[in-house]
Design a protein around this ligand. Structure first.
Ligand code: HEM
Length: 117
């Protein structure tokens, strides 16, 4: 059970790595666009995060306040991705006010996960 949980944590981290990595690629190349890879990565983070929110294969209690905040942050990222892709299709570009919070919130969620126990 513990090994299975660790595998799910690993896939959860892959979701974060793809989301943040895809965002950094756009930021560094100054394209500031949302991509479908970000949507898939967010879905991976959501599904694995929900699986990890059940108390199995654990020797400690889960921090449900932290989990709740992470879920809200993920929903905000999802909304920004949705609004961003619609606006980008309509206008051909995306406002920095939509693009920047996506990466910052992804990093915030990873920070919450690692720093707040
Ligand atoms: C952008 C979204 C997310 C990011 C970047 C993220 C990041 C992370 C990271 C880096 C870890 C590993 C922390 C560690 O092992 O010390 C982790 C663990 C975890 N995450 Fe997330 N996460 C996200 C979304 C979610 C969501 C939506 C949920 C639940 C609804 C969730 C629930 C969990 C749980 C339960 C753990 C394991 C905690 C434990 O076993 O003590 N995550 N997350």
């Amino acid at each position: 059970m513990e090994i299975l949980r660790s595998v799910v944590v690993l896939v959860h981290l892959v979701g974060f790595a793809i989301l943040f990595g895809a965002w950094v690629v756009e930021a560094v190349s100054r394209r500031a666009r949302v991509t479908s890879l970000m949507n898939y990565a967010l879905l991976i983070s959501l599904v694995t995060g929900l699986a990890l929110s059940a108390p199995w294969g654990l020797d400690h209690d889960l921090n449900y306040a932290k989990i709740g905040i992470k879920l809200v942050v993920l929903i905000i990222i999802g909304a920004l991705l949705g609004i961003g892709s619609a606006r980008q299709k309509r206008n051909g570009s995306l406002s920095p006010a939509i693009f920047w919070p996506i990466g910052i919130l992804a990093l915030l969620n990873a920070g919450l996960a690692v720093i707040w126990h």
